[in-house]
Design a protein around this ligand. Sequence first.
Ligand SMILES: Nc1nc2c(ncn2[C@@H]2O[C@H](COP(=O)(O)OP(=O)(O)O)[C@@H](O)[C@H]2O)c(=O)[nH]1
Ligand SMILES: Nc1ncnc2c1ncn2[C@@H]1O[C@H](COP(=O)(O)OP(=O)(O)O)[C@@H](O)[C@H]1O
Length: 206
Amino acid sequence: MDYPGNLFVVSAPSGAGKSSLVNALMELDSHVQPSVSHTTRAPRGQEKHGREYYFVSQPEFDAMIASNAFVEWAQVHGNCYGTSRRAIEERMAQGADVVLEIDFQGALQIKQVFANAVLVFILPPSWEELRSRLERRGEDTEDVIEKRLTNAAQEMAQACKFDFVIINEVFERALFDLKSIVHAQRLKYAAQRCSRSDTFASLGIC
Ligand SMILES: Nc1nc2c(ncn2[C@@H]2O[C@H](COP(=O)(O)OP(=O)(O)O)[C@@H](O)[C@H]2O)c(=O)[nH]1
Ligand SMILES: Nc1ncnc2c1ncn2[C@@H]1O[C@H](COP(=O)(O)OP(=O)(O)O)[C@@H](O)[C@H]1O
């Protein structure tokens, strides 16, 4: 019997390091698969349609809302972002662990639909470091950086609603913490599977 995969949600203010951590996790663990969101934001830097995001127009995005194609969507920093239902349900049904990198609004919507979803919030070690990472990343204009820093206060205030909070100060430590959360969730369900008494009975053991 195939067992559905786990669902993890990673949220953070822009610049806190969520993309870096999720990408590093997926390089270490092939069982973890990303969910590629749809967005009306324009591509940044080397971003590619279908890799970081499906970049769509506002009318296309609105049509997906109208056809109930999103399991969650939200307006973030003036752009629309959404997770397609199909993107995650197919992968989870195949037993993959799916990671959503979405904002706190989407995370709380996901928890309503998937009660077992594990919500993880990534915090920067300080405001100064958050600003410095956005500036060093060099992918946003000064105006966009200011808007994202302004929004960060409201976003970080939501951290207490998440199952886990990771302070991304030393990258390797934060990655270890994220890996530990994923492994702990797997163990939790593996233990439940191992305790399937019907299997024990059919094998005639204990
Ligand atoms: N609700 C929701 N938020 C999303 C989705 N995809 C990305 N986001 C969030 O939108 C915000 C902006 O993402 P992005 O433009 O890639 O900027 P970044 O945070 O600097 O990487 C971040 O908080 C993302 O987590 C989605 O499908 N749904
Ligand atoms: N622990 C860390 N220490 C220093 N720089 C970091 C750390 N984590 C991420 N960064 C850098 O900060 C910038 C923002 O990281 P990113 O993953 O794009 O954040 P987000 O996806 O949350 O917007 C990137 O240049 C990344 O390399």
